[in-house]
Design a protein around this ligand. Sequence first.
Ligand code: CUA
Length: 382
Amino acid sequence: MVKNHWCRSVSAKLFREGFGKIMSGSFLSLSSLSLAQETQEQLPAFGDTKWKLFDVSWDAPMNTVTGLTEWSRDINNVYSITTWICVFVFFAVSIPLVYTLYRFRHKAGDQAPPKQFHGNSTLEIIWTVVPVVLLLFIAVPTWRILFKHAQVPPSAMKIEAIGHQWWWEFRYPDNGNVVTANELHVPENTPVHFTVYSEDVIHSFWIPAWGGKKDALPGHKNEITLTSPPLKNANVKGGEMYQGQCVELCGASHALMRFNAVVHSKGEFDSWVKTANSPPTVETASQKAGEEVFARCQACHTIAGTPSEQLPGNKIGPNLSNFGNRKYLGAGTRMNTPENLAQWLKNPAGIKPGNLMPNLGLTDEEIAHVSSYIRQSTTKTY
Ligand code: CUA
């Protein structure tokens, strides 16, 4: 078992709780800084709407070293073995190097050039065998993890994860054919067998805190089984959230192709499934007017229980059946507020450059109505 590997007791704790967090923390800060810098430089090209990516406050950092699932702990073990091997190689090379530079430095009275020689079979065998042995120490635990996590438990729940430029669609064939977008809902501590593919270019499906990732290819279905982490707070309402991110450069808005993975208690997940396909509730005059405006959206978007469901074919826009319950809009780029939705509807390209949603030229009044329809009418209690 990888868990009992000799290296684990020495290094895993130190790595995970100290070194690993410092490394991943610095990396994340650096990448955020460079993205912020890029955003500032590119602003004029995307119109007047300022990007507010960093207004989005995530509940959980995009962190691979949290060790919340067995798979992420297994990966951390291989990381820690690799790190210690690298530390060993660094000192094994640099100490003799520094010693040699000092010991054989040029001294007054030396005759140049020094004695020349060619070839040393003993040394050559040593520096071939040592790296092979070190690589085996990394390769064997890696293979073991790959085979171990390729197993699909018979009880695994099935979900399809479909990449689109630039958002995620999730389908639940075994749970009432629920379809959702940019928000994955799962019960806690449950193996989930994902079928991952793409409707356009290559994307990659990853929830960093959960473990492995898988490419989403057009025309080919990949598979990956991830086990959702247990709830940290058993009494939490509305689930605990984890960040997901597309990790294959897939076009202009690749960085804005995020999603939210929501882990529920088993009971709460069942009631989420029951309400997910219920029709919207239209109560106010504004919601009624918004329902009429939405008729212009239904060629691309579906809301369960409305005429938009009857149109044939795969829609090119996200399913909005539970939009009111979603925390973010634009695939995790902004908080789901009336102001942000209004900005999105006025100029979708200002928030997500290059996306397929056109500017429909809606008036402020129409935007207010359609916003109250798709935000309030689709808010469900579960
Ligand atoms: Cu999709 Cu990057």
